[in-house]
Design a binder for this molecule. Structure first.
Ligand code: HEC
Ligand code: HEC
Length: 266
């Protein structure tokens, strides 16, 4: 008793008790709620890592809070899918502001890309990165793939060419070849509409149709003669060239043949 009274009067007693009480409450909370707090910490950690990388490599153009600068647009609300597409195809981080940023070698791990995507997604809602089941063409029937071909010709080939070989656009821009684009990035491009490309939302183009288009492109690029000539996969320009060669060439052959036949008959 004597000891306790003495301790209570001691100057560090109150702060020490307060700290002890806080530790006990903290441990109790962690014990009650272990799973939620560890998942939450993991997510916060990912967002923090993403923010650190963003500050370092992206903020010079997009601003520290991704609010945009004269060098780059705001990223608030573009969603994780846009970041995953832009970084995953090597377009971002851009070296400098250019009219059209081409796909390039990717120098970041998927983990780093996921972290930046999580940070950007935390700033405002936007299209999420898709799950594999949403974009894999696996398991599609011939019929669905054929439907994908129709959808592609109706919605995409005006810019990307009949089989996605790419094509020129007005004012020096171009729609790139889709031959080497991964299924995930095709999905994300449709949902986020980079540059001159229109955005195809889920309302306009449900996941099933997106998968069918991906299935068609996959089939077309696996078997180069799926649904016609690939024509060098260089889009409308080379398609026009081949129409010219085959058309005029064919006419020339027919004309020669008729001329010869005519000569013999005479
Ligand atoms: C040199 C400047 C520059 C740097 C550095 C840069 N960006 Fe960009 N970013 C741009 C410009 C300019 C655009 C607009 C391109 C366009 O679509 O015309 C853009 C577009 C984007 C978009 C598409 C936005 C949309 O509307 O969907 C995303 C996402 C993006 N950047 C992410 C990043 C990330 C993440 C980094 C860092 C890893 C980064 N950027 C670094 C200049 C930059
Ligand atoms: C109005 C023209 C236009 C239409 C229509 C269009 N795109 Fe695009 N697409 C573009 C342009 C331009 C780019 C390049 C954007 C960039 O570099 O940031 C592009 C980029 C892409 C990419 C990225 C390829 C890569 O890896 O570099 C994919 C995938 C894509 N488009 C798929 C589609 C699909 C699928 C459709 C139809 C549902 C479609 N596009 C319709 C113009 C178009």
């Amino acid at each position: 008793m004597k000891f306790l009274t003495k301790f209570r009067r001691h100057s560090v007693a109150r702060p020490a008790l307060l700290i002890l009480a806080l530790v006990v409450i903290g441990l109790g909370y962690a014990g009650v709620n272990p799973q939620r707090s560890s998942a939450e910490t993991e997510m916060t950690q990912q967002i923090e890592e993403g923010k650190a990388l963003f500050d370092l490599t992206c903020s010079s153009c997009h601003g520290l809070g991704a609010e945009g600068t004269s060098q780059g647009p705001t990223l608030i609300g573009v969603g994780a899918a846009s970041v995953d597409f832009q970084m995953g195809t090597g377009r971002m981080p851009a070296a400098r502001a250019e009219a059209q940023l081409p796909a390039r070698q990717v120098n970041y791990s998927q983990e780093q890309i996921d972290a930046v995507a999580a940070f950007v997604a935390s700033l405002g809602p936007g299209p999420e990165t898709p799950k594999e089941s949403e974009y894999t063409p696996e398991g599609l029937s011939e019929e669905e793939i054929a439907r994908g071909g129709n959808l592609f010709r109706a919605n995409c080939s005006a810019c990307h060419g009949i089989v996605g070989g790419g094509g020129a656009m007005p004012n020096g821009e171009y729609a790139p070849s889709l031959v080497d684009t991964s299924s995930k990035h095709i999905y994300e491009a449709m949902r986020t509409g980079p540059q001159q490309m229109p955005t195809f939302s889920k309302e306009v183009m449900p996941d099933e149709s997106v998968r069918e288009i991906i299935g068609y492109l996959d089939a077309a690029h696996e078997q180069p003669n799926y649904g016609g000539l690939t024509m060098g996969e260089a889009g409308p320009v080379s398609e026009g060239f081949w129409v010219f060669v085959i058309g005029i060439g064919g006419l020339a052959i027919v004309a020669t043949w008729i001329a010869k036949k005519g000569a013999r008959a005479r």
